[in-house]
Design a protein around this ligand. Sequence first.
Ligand code: C2E
Ligand code: MG
Ligand code: MG
Length: 886
Amino acid sequence: MSAWRPRHRLMVGIWGLVAALVAGLLLAVAALLWSQRNAELAEQAKQLSRVATGAEVGMNRTLLALDVLLATTEELLAGAEGRDAQARARAAAPLLAAIARQNLAVRSVMLLDESGAPLVTSSAAQAGQADLPPADFIAQALATAVPMLVVGNPVLNTRSAERVIHLARPLRLPGGQRLLAVAQVPVDGLVNVLLQGMPQSHLELTLERAQGALLIGLAPPQGLMERAHASGAPLQQLGAPGGAGWQGPTRLRGEPGLVAARRLMYDDLWVTASLPREAVLAGWTEQALAIGGAALLLGATMVLAGAVAAANIARMQSARAVVAQSKALLDQALGAMVSGFLLLDAHRGVVQWNPRFEEFFPWLSAVMQPGVAFRRVLQTTVHYHLPGASPEAKRDWVEQRLQAHPQGVLEQRLPSGRYVQITERPTPDGGLVIVYHDVTELRQATAAVEHLAFYDPLTGLPNRRLLLQRIDQACTQCAASASHGAVLFIDLDHFKTLNDTLGHEMGDLLLQQAGRRLQAGVRAGDVVARLGGDEFVVTLLQLAGDAAAAREQAQAVADQIVALLARPYALGAHVHHGSASVGATLFGPVQQSAVEVLKQADIAMYEAKARRGNAVCFFDPAMQVSLSERAQLVADLKQAVPGGQLRLHLQPQLDAQGAVTGAEVLLRWQHPQRGLVAPGQFIAVAEESELIVPMGRWVLQSACELLARWQGDARLRELCLSVNVSTRQFRRADFTDTVVQCLSASGARAHRLELELTETLVLEDMNDSIAKMHLLRTRGVRFAVDDFGTGYSSLAYLTRLPLHRLKIDRSFVQQLGESHSGDVVVQTILGMARNLQLDVVAEGVETREQYDFLRAHACGSYQGFLLARPMPVADFEAWLAARSRA
Ligand code: C2E
Ligand code: MG
Ligand code: MG
């Protein structure tokens, strides 16, 4: 509405101007035409007056000539001889005829006596036959008191059939006799006098009397008009002046026009010239039409120009309205944009920005105004963007920011902590559109995804991916700085068992605690990562440049880690004692890949595990070799049972009194090339490859056959055999059947057979273990827990199992006398076994001190190198025979 008003006012102005111009034009044209009309009228009046004057002069001259002619007649008669008028007339007749002939205007001249009778005539006709004037005319002429020319009305000459006018002059003869000289003048002649040889169309000429009687009315082109009276008022009444004409009805047609009249010197005769106004103004009308046409054209042009201007203005205004609307729309759109927007011109001056832009950069609200240099905007921003930077750094930042960015995209972190992605796009006119897009959520999501991709969700430690990156970086750094780094591969011992017995929640708690301990145990720059399961890796950086020194440093950290991880864990109400195996490897001046380094640490860790865990083992290239030999070993091991390469060795077990109560069956492999191979080198491989099943079966079978054979020997029949059972073997559904089958097939007595199971094995699947053990126990088979103390040593499970014996692990036995804690552990185990009424066998007894300690604490059985080494069956039997003899 408000936009409509000025527009409307402008339109009204334009059309008002056009109207004023057209009105002015019309007025000017009207004034011009009016003055031209008056001039034309004046000019025409002048001309008419000239015509009238000409006619007056001509007519006066003609009448004067006729008057003179008729007056001459008097002299003629006076000069003629005769006694009376008649005679004189006759005598003067020839002369009269001559005179009449001289005057071309006269048709005939005649003399009439006082009674009006013709005396003589100039025409060929006899006087008696002459065409006389009307009687009233004669009477009128004769009646005039003073001799003067009397002009009659036009009459038809019956002889010549032409219209004539009679002019009469009374004569007085010397004798006093009155005569009348009459000249008969054809109207045509007078017409010529009136016209003066220049007939003009529309011009009306009259010869009339003062009272209006018309003698001659000439109206070309029709010619004579027969009318008794002229139109309009009688001239006498009008008292028409002799000057210019006046306006009034034309004398013949009575049309409005100009009239000029002249009074003749005779009688009361007038000549008039009149022109109808139409004719008067014919020229003017033409001119007026032309001017009017031109004016009309001009007016039309003005209107057209006005219309064009109005249309242009309307168009301009609607264009302006469209622009305004577009601008409003743009403002609205910019206002609604979630992104910040900044438009710069070709000179990097600010053209436009939106509210969101100010939200991103609140400190700019005082700076932002159209035309302000983008440099200034950046100079203000840099104080907030790099608050602590040096002036040079700030200047560099501004200059860099002013450069065009190759991809047109860059990212900025705002002081508010949010991230904006800045996109720059050039405009066609050389300007720049800069869009600031808030990508904080995206960054956070990316960071979260990155965290997921690179960090272990449970412990928050870096995962394998990130670890490999870090190791790679560390390898490069070390190669460059000629220093060393180390990777410690850590595996929690028996973690799976804990997971299965106490549940995954407890397992997770353990892993989290282990992770925290590892982090606490290393320096800030070192990396602790979790590879998955119970495997952790610690990467140590900036170790010594000297390899031996670096190894020492790594060893120290690794030992510390082993100690840290061996501390009790509080898992809810449960206190867990764990241990870890650590494989370590160094990397340094020679560039290696992360995968390679990690693999070395892994191999070393396996070695540590193979050494019964809770230890640190450094990588040795030989380990790698053994790894590749492993495949060969598996292939060879397949031949062991069918090839009859397995041997049984027996290690005696003695009671407190020194009596041999039995032996542990220990497997040996007689390899065709390698010779006798100890179980430590092949049992683990056999377990992995499932070969342990036929091997274990062979051991069982052989042991049962041996027991059966010993039944026939009085010295041997009381001995027991302990057979080691591996997890894979025990877990098989047919395990109990196999044992039962071996016993019955061999005929061995079941109570002479003891199966050694490890804690880990038993706890792996408690229900299965209990079921199988119970079944075999009912048959007489006995069970011992091998390597007791290295696992969970949980009392709870011991009570649920049909156990017969505990075998104290040799690591404890070997610590006896060395550390107080080792002594306590052994004492505890012995006390515990006593309470549960379990037998105890101490294995790995190597020294007298160990033996004495065990004996002092009432250990039931003993096994170890101090007493006897494992030996082939024949040797055992011989050894036993020799003993009994001794
Ligand atoms: P284990 O069951 O704990 O067997 C005792 C191991 O300790 C034997 O090693 C034995 O030679 C060794 N030993 C005995 N007294 C001493 C000592 O005083 N000092 C030291 N240092 N060691 C001593 P071996 O024969 O090398 O067997 C190693 C392991 O292989 C066994 O540990 C057992 O777990 C496994 N094993 C042996 N035979 C079999 C078998 O037939 N089946 C299965 N599944 N595993 C077997
Ligand atoms: Mg054993
Ligand atoms: Mg053992």
